[in-house]
Design a protein around this ligand. Structure first.
Ligand code: DON
Length: 596
């Protein structure tokens, strides 16, 4: 295959639209991927809706979130004139109740926000931090060997100081319109009156029952109360969560970071006998949300903007697109192995740089500008020319005025997490990815919410051959993330807001959906439903039960290792166009788009 190199104008639907449509038409056969239980206990795909749905369309406002009750809470706020940030607070508080395995008060989040009045993007970092007593040996055993992943996850050791409550408050103080207390009402009401647990929550809690039973509070709620609700058909109540919400409603985020809630968190973390952590009250009291410079990459006529460090999301998605910019993807069909050879190797190049360079830049320098420099990427893109697979993929040498070099990272990531997008009637936009890391986080429950295991996003190994790893644990540091809340601009105006869960596969999921929308002319619903084809470290992951499986022989013939597997995204997107808003919710999860 010969690829023509040229700059392409925005062209939708693209010349590959027919191929894209065919690829999609066979993509969703309704085969429940629930049977794929190869992976232990992370939050995996529990359903694939079989209908190739159309986007939800609206004129004034829209919210797309992973659970209908959360989306409805946001819609209620927007309906009565609240801002996108007001709706964000309401959505997050309800998600913490109805999708507790994925995000909540005990976790962290990244918010990318478009202020329509100022025409300005801002990103807020509400990432969990390592306690001040954490050391680079946190995840090493007595012999200096990395712990097994789940030995590290379950218990207090993996719990980072939560950032989500401070993030909600910081964003609301800057951009909220409605009263803080009012935004708590939907979640408090649902927690007190109860809600029907979704099949996803029931399935995942069932699979995690053993680990959830190691702590009394988690067992009481997720095994006993949830089990009783399912067998009786009664709504599931979470009165402890309602009480916590009332404390925050009255006292703001301070009621979380000091006083009885903080004491309960520290108690749960440090007194978990099997695997205690080192968090102290002063770690909670000192937690800060940080405003970060959004990271933007030019892609064709667009500017693709996202979250910078401590997330690798914005840089890596930007690198993938930058590497592909010289190639005319619109001419290539998504049902050809050759197309994914090109995209997959671009992903591999981006992941090699990510592993070497990206971590919390408050602790280690990173060549962010150099990694996204068009000349650097054009040079690396030359490696992609021709028809063959890249044999060896190594980190590049972007321009950098720093002498430090880092060893490749050794972090392990498993899925949970949630992404939601909101547009309000003034055109303000929220693109927020929110997490407690693994499904059910550390499995420690405190006052009605789960504590994260985000510290396992650090590299367990602190050094390799005497060279330190950029993403090693250090006191007060934030673990490297892959979360990629994204907003795409064209001529300075937003055209798309998108993001996904998926651990480090977030980066390929978001990059693929962007290519589907920007190059292949798919609508948002088609773009988020596109079968996943991802390559991070050499092996091609093809989404089981979808047409992506058909690519296996072609990719194997190119010399790639191929793995057909469950690929659990939760892509949620809103397209903003001259005719209004179009929302897409990932058919692999339980989310919906609501708009008016
Ligand atoms: O911050 C991160 O990149 C991960 N802790 C996110 C985890 C995740 O997306 C799991 N997803 N399904």
């Amino acid at each position: 295959m010969r690829l023509r190199l040229r700059n392409r104008k925005r062209q939708r639907p693209g010349a590959a639209a027919l191929g894209a449509a065919l690829f999609l038409a066979f993509a969703l056969p309704g085969a429940a991927l629930a049977q794929d239980v190869a992976r232990p206990a992370p939050e995996r795909t529990t359903q694939i809706r079989g209908d190739a749905r159309q986007p939800v369309r609206a004129k004034d406002w829209m919210v797309v979130a992973a659970h209908p009750l959360a989306a409805e809470a946001g819609a209620g706020v927007l309906r009565k004139g609240g801002s996108a940030i007001d709706a964000m607070v309401a959505v997050q508080l309800v998600l913490g109740l109805v999708e507790p395995q994925s995000s909540g008060l005990g976790g962290g989040a990244f918010l990318l926000y478009w202020d329509a009045g100022q025409k300005k993007l801002t990103s807020l970092d509400g990432r969990e931090t390592a306690p001040s007593a954490a050391t680079p040996e946190l995840f090493l055993d007595d012999k200096g060997e990395p712990l097994k992943f789940f030995d590290a996850v379950i218990g207090g050791r993996s719990v980072g100081v939560p950032g989500t409550p401070r993030l909600l408050e910081a964003a609301h103080r800057r951009w909220g319109k409605l009263a803080w207390a009012e935004l708590f009402e939907p979640a408090i009401r649902l927690a007190e009156e109860g809600f029907e647990p979704t099949p996803r929550l029931v399935t995942l809690a069932g699979e995690a029952a053993e680990s959830l039973s190691r702590q009394e509070s988690a067992k009481t709620y997720f095994v006993d109360a949830l089990g009783a609700a399912v067998s009786s058909g009664e709504p599931l109540k979470n009165l402890a969560y309602a009480e916590t919400l009332k404390l925050l409603q009255a006292g703001g985020a301070d009621a979380f970071y000091a006083g009885p809630v903080a004491e309960s968190i520290v108690g749960a973390v440090t007194r978990f006998a099997d695997n205690p952590g080192v968090m102290r009250l002063q770690d909670l009291a000192g937690y800060e949300v940080k405003e970060r410079e959004p990271v933007c990459a030019a892609y064709r006529v667009f500017k693709v903007c996202g979250m910078g460090p401590p997330s690798s999301g914005g840089v890596s998605v930007g690198q993938i697109l930058g590497l592909l910019a010289p190639f005319d993807l619109a001419e290539l069909s998504p049902d050809m192995a050759a197309t994914w050879r090109l995209i997959g190797d671009a992903m591999r190049l981006a992941f090699a740089d990510r592993g070497r360079y990206l971590a919390d830049t408050d602790f280690v320098p990173a060549p962010i500008k150099g990694l996204l420099d068009p000349d650097y990427l054009a040079g690396r893109a030359k490696l992609l020319e021709g028809d063959g697979r890249l044999e060896n993929v190594e980190a590049g040498t972007p321009e950098w005025d720093h002498a430090l070099n880092f060893a490749p990272d050794a972090a392990i990531e498993f899925p949970s997490t949630s992404h939601f997008v909101i547009v309000d009637r003034d055109g303000n936009i929220v693109s927020m990815t929110t997490t407690i890391e693994n499904g059910f986080g550390s499995r420690l429950m405190v006052r009605g919410f789960l504590l994260n295991n985000e510290l396992t996003d650090f590299s367990f190994a602190s050094h390799e051959d005497g060279v330190s790893v950029a993403n090693r644990v250090e006191p007060g540091k934030r673990p490297r993330s892959s979360m990629a809340p994204t907003i795409v601009l064209e001529d300075g105006a937003p055209v798309l807001a998108i993001g996904s869960p998926g651990g480090s596969r977030i980066i390929p999921y978001v990059a693929e959906a962007l290519i589907a929308f920007l190059d292949w002319g798919m609508n948002v619903e088609e773009a988020v439903a596109l079968p996943h084809v991802a390559n991070r470290f050499g092996t091609f992951d093809l989404e089981a039960g979808t047409r992506a499986e058909d690519l296996a022989p072609g990719l194997a013939a190119l010399g790639y290792e191929v793995k057909v597997t469950d690929l659990n995204s939760g892509l949620h997107a809103i397209a903003i166009g001259p005719d209004g808003l179009a929302g897409g919710a990932d058919p692999r999860r339980e989310g919906v788009a609501i708009g008016e």
